[in-house]
Design a protein around this ligand. Sequence first.
Ligand code: NIG
Ligand code: FE
Length: 427
Amino acid sequence: MQKPQPWTLLANIGQLLTLRAPSAKPGPRRRSDLKELGIIHDGAVLFVGNKIVSLGATKDARCDPWIRKRRKQIVEIDCAGKVVIPGLVDSHTHPVFLNPRLVDFEKRIAGASYEEIAAAGGGIGSSLESVRTAAKSALTEKVVAVLRDMAAHGTTTVEAKSGYGLTVASELKSLESIRDGASQWAGTVVPTLLGAHVVPKEFKGCSQKYVEIVCTEMIPRAARRKLAQFVDVFCDQGAFTAEEAEQVFVAARQHGFSVRAHMGQLSETKLAPFLRFDPASFDHMDHVSEDDIAQLRGRDTVATLVPGANHFLGLKDYPNARRLIDAGVPVALATDYNPGTSPTISMPMAMSLACTHMKMSPAEALAAATINGAWALGLGHRKGSIEPGKDADFAVFDVKDYREIPYWFGANHCALTVLNGVIESQN
Ligand code: NIG
Ligand code: FE
C-alpha cells in the first residue's frame, strides 16, 4: 500500500465544503445545522502525512510564511473548477458475500416481495453456503475489490458487517476477511459482527438455540480476538424478535461492544426498550412511531437511512427523513451495500435517492453522508469534516457546484480521493 505524501496542498478549489462545526458542541448535526456546509470559495487545504494542518482561501495559503518556506517540498494539486468534500463515510455495508442474487432479482421484478423470496429459500439464507465454503482469501479479495470501488466513488471510511456465514467459524472468517481487506486499503474500515442477521435453516423453529450461540460463542470470540467494534442485529419479521435482539445487545455490551441495529425495515419494532444500550445507530427506520421519534430527539443515536434498499426493492415508500430531521433526530445516509436489497457502492447515488425520494436538500444529504455518518461510527472527532487536526480524507469531484454530486445520478464524477493522506487518482 502507498504511504501518505509528506506535504500536500489542494489549491484553487472552486468550492471547498469544510462541514466545520456550526457550534462548539460536539456531536451529530440536527435540524438546520444539517445544512451548514461551511463552504470556502477558491479554497485550499494543506495536509501533512495523514492529518489536515490548515485550510482557508488559496490566496491566504500563498502568503502563509510556513507554506512559502516549504514551497519546494509541498506537492500541489490544482483543484480549479472542482469541488472538494470530506471523504464520504459509508456507515452501513455488507461486503462479505460472493455472488449476486440474480434469480431473486428476476423474481422480484415478476412481482414477488423480499419476504416472499426469502421464505421460498432465496434471500440472505441463499448467500450462506458460498461464504461458509469459501477460502478466507477469496472473501478478502472480494472485500478489497469493493473497498477500491467505493474509494473510486469518493468513500474513504466504511463500516463493514459480517453476516453471510451464520456459523461461529464462518462469521469469524468473515470478520478476518474484513480485517485483511482493510489492511490492503488506505481508507478506514470499521468492522461489525452481524451474526444475528437471520436464523439459519439448521435452527429453524429453535431460534433461541442460535441466539445462544451468537451470545455465548460468536460475541465472546470476536471480542477476545478484537475482530469487531460493533455488534448489529436484524430485528424484524423473518429475522429476530425484539426479545432476541435485546439478548444479543446484552451479550454485546457485556463483551465491550457498541451496538447498532437494523430496525423498522419491514415492520415497526418499539425502539424505547433498546435505548438503555445507547445504540450508535438505528438503521433503515422505514417504520417508526411518533413516540419513538420523540424518544430519539436530543440523543446521539443516529438514524441511518439507506434509500438504495427502497429503490432496489421497488418500494413506493421511503423513510420519512423530513419528519426525523425536523424532530431533531440526527440522520445519516449509507449505501447498505448488499446482494439482496442494495447492490450499490455509490454514496452519491444514495444521496441522489435521498434528495428525490426523501426530500432532503443536497446540503443535508452531503452532511448526512459525511459528518453524521462519522458520528454514527463513533468517529466524529476524526472524520466527516475538513478541519485542522482531523484525518486527511477528501473526495475531489469534477463538478463546479456541490449540488451536482446528487444531481448527476448514476454517473461517477469523483476525480480523486485522499484516504488518510494517500492520494488515489481515478483518471
Ligand atoms: O440491510 N435487512 C437486513 N440486511 C440487509 C439485506 C441483506 C440481504 O438481503 O442480503 C439490508 O437490507
Ligand atoms: Fe443492512
